[in-house]
Design a protein around this ligand. Structure first.
Ligand SMILES: NC(=O)c1ccc[n+]([C@@H]2O[C@H](COP(=O)([O-])OP(=O)(O)OC[C@H]3O[C@@H](n4cnc5c(N)ncnc54)[C@H](OP(=O)(O)O)[C@@H]3O)[C@@H](O)[C@H]2O)c1
Length: 250
């Protein structure tokens, strides 16, 4: 028995990194996945790869900051599959290192648009679809260990990831009575394009040295936790923040 048999799951930020590995994993676990991000070419390649491996996948390109785009994505899922059982709201952007007083307003707004408004827009459309269907659902939003503590020279990113936890906990309170579970994934250092530049600057070596498991995660290790939270095996888990960080914040 696979973990996500027949579940229809939407994944945002599915073109690379954690989202792409989540797409592969969820499909192997029996889910019908719909992938979204802005990079249509990458999404098409990944859908083809999953389909060739025997899974069910399709894609729709969209910007998570754009209300019409996000609503169109959820509408497309319903047109293709008739329902939405789960969503992994994982799209996000990082921040170039800068102390709080040195962050440009435009950059601050962009980080909050993608990391906070994007998650809220996605949840809003997903929850409406789940409520309309009157069926239970599960949502997992990607925060970060940066959402659990201050981030030196990463303040805008850290604040945006704290906000993801606040939104998710509140949604868990609002929609628990409707059978919709909402949880948060808080990854630590994960080897993806987002932090590719950190290795040559020695930042990864430092982060690994202060991580109890003494290494970074592979994106599939983070995706595994998302799969469990989306599955019925996590049926009594909601409003939780699940760290997958090698013990970094322990
Ligand atoms: N890597 C880490 O160490 C780490 C640690 C903690 C938390 N996280 C979080 O994990 C999540 C996934 O990141 P990752 O590490 O896998 O990095 P990544 O490979 O850069 O993935 C980011 C994803 O978000 C999508 N995205 C960015 N802006 C978007 C927008 N405006 N509209 C739609 N999609 C957008 C990107 O796709 P397109 O560019 O194609 O749109 C991409 O698929 C993020 O929320 C990140 O903050 C990462």
């Amino acid at each position: 028995m696979t973990l996500l048999t027949d579940k229809v799951i939407l994944i945002t930020g599915a073109s690379t990194g954690i989202g792409a590995d989540a797409a592969r994993l969820f499909a192997r676990e029996g889910a019908q996945v719909v992938l979204t991000a802005r990079s249509e070419g990458l999404l098409a390649e990944l859908s083809d790869e999953i389909t060739a491996a025997g899974g069910t996948a399709s894609h729709v390109a969209a910007d998570v900051c754009n209300t019409d785009d996000v609503e169109r994505v959820v509408k497309t899922v319903l047109e293709r599959h008739g329902r939405l059982d789960g969503a992994f709201n994982n799209a996000g952007v990082g921040q170039a290192s800068a102390k709080i007083a040195d962050v440009d307003e435009e950059i601050f707004d962009h980080i909050f648009n993608v990391n906070v408004k994007g998650v809220w827009l996605a949840m809003r459309a997903e929850i409406r679809a789940m409520l309309e269907a009157g069926a239970p659902g599960s949502i997992v939003n990607t925060s970060s260990v940066g959402g659990l503590r201050g981030g030196r020279t990463l303040g805008a990113y850290s604040a945006s990831k704290h906000a993801v936890i606040g939104l998710s906990r509140s949604a868990a309170q609002d929609y628990g009575p409707d059978g919709i579970r909402v949880n948060v994934l808080a990854p630590g250092t994960t080897d993806t394009p987002m932090i590719a530049g950190w290795r040559e600057r020695g930042i990864i070596v430092h982060l690994d040295s202060v991580t109890p498991l003494r290494r970074s995660a592979q994106p599939i290790e983070v995706a595994e936790a998302a799969a469990w939270l989306l599955s019925d095996r996590a049926s009594y888990v909601t409003g939780a923040t699940f760290t997958v960080d090698g013990g970094m914040v322990a």
